[in-house]
Design a protein around this ligand. Sequence first.
Ligand SMILES: *Cc1c(COP(=O)(O)O)cnc(C)c1O
Length: 407
Amino acid sequence: MSQSVESVTRATFDEVMVPNYSPAAIIPVKGVGSKVWDQSGKEYIDFVAGIAVNSLGHSHPALLKALHEQGDQLWHVANVLTNEPALRLAKKLVDLTFADKVFFCNSGAEANEAALKLVRRYAFDHVGEEKHEIISTYGSFHGRTLFSVSVGGQAKYKEGFEPTPKGISHVPFNDLEALKAAMSDKTCAVIVEPIQGEGGVYPATQEFLQGARDLCDQYGALLVFDEIQTGVGRTGKLFAYEKYGVTPDVLTSAKALGGGFPIGAMLATDKVAASFVVGTHGSTFGGNPLACAVSEAAVNILSKPEVLAGVEARAETLVAALTDIGARYGLFSEIRHVGLLIGCELTEAFKNRAKEFVIAGYEEGVMLHVAGPNVLRLLPSLVMAEDEMAEGIRRIEKAVQRVVGAA
Ligand SMILES: *Cc1c(COP(=O)(O)O)cnc(C)c1O
């Protein structure tokens, strides 16, 4: 035999992978819609969607078609040339949002890195070097580059990586008075997730986002919305800012933008984007034709009114089921959600045991996720089929029974 397929198992991970993750015991090998199968052929109903990435489920025919067609044409050219898929996708995003200009990259952290550099550069261009302070919120998550962990509001992601960039401060999320007190003429930008995702699924209040907008205008600062988790349909709007009716100057997107193919984007107004003159920023893979072709196909579907309307319908079904299960087993003190970004806060009896539900879920053939130790997070495909949802809910209850029975 000339070809041998080496068998790899979960144990291989510990042998050859850097130990920064702790993946589950099973290894998925195939996915269709909201169903996933592991190496042994066991089926799972997927309520995680690659953490808000596979918003059209797995192996969506339109994405497969785009991937195959573009794969036959052109994969990569680098930014010494532009390409048709990138131009088409940028046009689409400009048409569908407040933005006039788009910068493509490959991940959420890179989109935020671009945004954070842009807001500094804009202030540098228009006012001067002293206007460089960035205000963020505690509990926020903005990615894992050094700049984005520094701006992120969770100390654990910075520990051991100091010194971090200077000129960054944090205020409590949804505390408009604290934000007011922190603002000054030195503030170049405020960055906020309209709904904190990793931090525990906490929606911003209308007052906070509107207040942040007003304060930014008052101090000549830019408002940046990190919509990497909340965007591309997750909340039932293409972007969550539409839901609030508060428009940022800069918006970052990734995760669902590529429907599973890695891509990130920073969207900005003309005036702000103008500060990224030739040579100020870049990315070899950013705007890659394959990524942009798949993303265009994803955005085409996820921006359809009927698809966005379907998000709220599915959210109602799922939240009602979780509320019912939660009540019968005394699980949740609160269920927070905007569209299909759902966080179930555990009661005192199950405090800090979110991970146990995820592990029990794998046993029962259902994929669940956490947002911190005390919140069970669900962020399924936005087009999840009715029968997948119903079967998934049955399996969630079985997983719950496992945890409760073992208590
Ligand atoms: C996931 C996420 C990021 C980081 O995205 P990566 O693609 O992992 O770099 C940044 N901000 C928010 C709000 C996220 O949910």
